[in-house]
Design a protein around this ligand. Structure first.
Ligand code: SAH
Ligand code: SF4
Ligand code: F3S
Length: 446
């Protein structure tokens, strides 16, 4: 800003946000930025320029949580230089550790949980406590400022469901995000229409158990998640719908049928199974067997034969034997995943599995390597099977090379395309010509 300009208008304050963890945190960071923009803060990419630094944190594994403290440590010199700098901690570590954060790191000015961040502006003005991590009765989304009518990137997230009642034995989410809550139909449809008006063509519906979403529909009846997707499919200009993350036990018939019936619903499903051993699934409190999961996959593929499946796996859960591990590898062989995330089990304080005896680290490491090697082979085979096919690609940004565009295919692969005349937001047919390590290369279909 020039001197001239700063005389006429007060300089906007700068907000730097760092986001850890899952897509819901990405969505929340955006909503927090909007709440703060109503207070005169604009986003900066440069932490050194910031008047406020907000760390939106993840508690899922020990490493993720510890990252917060090392990042806070690194903020000390910045705060020493600029004592007016505000430092806030949001997200799941804020929820789980609350006061502990301020005790360990006195430079932190405020701590706000995932269900209370609509009160950030009040907290900043000193009109609310400096630590807010309750689960309030009111819905934060009702209290967040209306979005400004700015243009958006072509692909957006939309939270429709939050929280978890499943209580898998390893997982902190039911404690950090609270009980399952579904947002009402008309708010979701309104937000989706608003996004489309602002240039969005692809929406990914978010929830910790997104397919457990349910609510009173426009017709007064109880809607399930499949019905919601059908309603979103009627929005003109919304070309692609995705959702994540789903629990196998909430894959209702109507949702499976929506994969057959709704053309905008992309042929991609992230359906975490965690393990292929019935013994371990039971110890994890997943409430289904490996066979039930496989039957479910069969039914989904019957509805949508070209669907690509992805999953999460935990390796080295307490009590896991070589046989359990072999069962997991066998399940992976049977399903054939497009890609998957796999993690070494991390004991989390407060969860039922925390006190259980751990698998030897070296054993768990070896199992993780073996499992990842198999998943990598499957990913490679899936990507190679795309070569020669024509797929829709939604361009999201220019590539590194002049005239190149990068976008996502129907299957969520990044595709690099030589397309000098294309615009961001174009959704075009692309012929896939080559598979690289984590992306595809394509040519504009004539
Ligand atoms: N709601 C999603 C998962 C959220 S957490 C679901 O139910 O699938 C994302 C992934 O992190 C989980 O699927 C699991 O594979 C992994 N995860 C969760 N807790 C973990 C822990 N304590 N140790 C290792 N991985 C964990
Ligand atoms: Fe965690 Fe299980 Fe809930 Fe997923 S379903 S968020 S893994 S407790
Ligand atoms: Fe992490 Fe919280 Fe998401 S623990 S994975 S940021 S719900």
């Amino acid at each position: 800003m020039t001197d001239q300009a700063s005389k006429t208008a007060p300089a906007a304050k700068k907000l730097f946000i760092k986001t850890y963890g899952c897509q819901m945190n990405v969505y929340d960071s955006q909503r927090m930025a909007e709440a703060m923009s109503a207070e005169g803060y604009e986003l900066t990419e440069d932490q050194a320029q910031a008047d406020m630094v907000l760390l939106n944190t993840c508690h899922i594994r020990e490493k993720a949580a510890e990252k917060l403290y090392s990042d806070l440590g690194r903020l000390k010199p910045l705060k020493a230089e600029n004592p007016d700098l505000k430092i806030g901690v949001a997200g799941c570590v804020a929820q789980a550790e609350g006061e502990e954060i301020v005790r360990r790191m006195p430079l932190v000015d405020l701590v706000v949980g995932p269900q209370t961040y609509h009160r950030l502006p009040e907290m900043l003005r000193g009109e609310a406590p400096k630590i807010l991590t309750d689960f309030p009765e009111e819905d934060k989304f009702d209290h967040l400022p209306q979005r400004r009518a700015t243009r958006r990137a072509p692909a957006a997230f939309l939270t429709v469901q939050e929280g978890c009642d499943k209580f898998c034995a390893f997982c902190v989410v039911p404690y950090t995000r609270g009980a399952e809550v579904s947002r009402p139909v008309e708010r979701i449809l309104r937000e989706a229409r608003d996004l489309v008006e602002r240039g969005v063509r692809e929406i990914t519906l978010l929830g910790q158990n997104v397919n457990g979403w349910h609510g009173a529909g426009e017709d007064g009846r109880e809607w399930g998640f499949g019905r919601l997707i059908r309603a979103l499919g009627e929005i003109e200009g919304l070309d692609r719908i995705r959702y994540t993350t789903s629990h196998p036990n909430d894959m209702a018939d109507d949702l499976i049928a929506a994969h057959r019936d709704v053309p905008q619903l992309m042929p991609y499903l992230h359906l975490p199974v965690q393990s292929g051993s019935d013994r371990i699934l039971k110890a994890m409190n997943r409430k289904h067997t490996a066979t039930q999961y496989l039957r479910l996959i069969d039914r989904i593929r019957e509805a949508r034969p070209d669907i690509m499946l992805t999953s999460d796996f935990i390796v080295g859960f307490p009590g896991e034997t070589d046989q359990d591990h072999a069962d997991t590898l066998r399940l992976i062989e049977k399903v054939g995943f497009g890609t998957a995330f796999s993690f070494k089990y991390s004991p989390r304080p407060g969860t039922p599995a925390y006190e259980r005896a751990e698998v030897d680290t070296a054993v768990a490491d070896a199992r993780l390597q073996e499992l990842q090697a198999l998943l990598t082979r499957q990913q490679k085979a899936t990507q190679e099977s795309m070569v020669g096919r024509s797929l829709g690609v939604l361009f999201e940004k220019p590539g590194r090379i002049d005239g190149q565009m990068v976008g996502k295919s129907d299957y969520l692969h990044s595709v690099f395309v030589d397309a000098p005349d294309a615009q961001i937001g174009d959704l075009v047919p692309v012929r896939i010509v080559e598979s690289a390590r984590n992306s595809l290369r394509g040519e504009l279909a004539a």
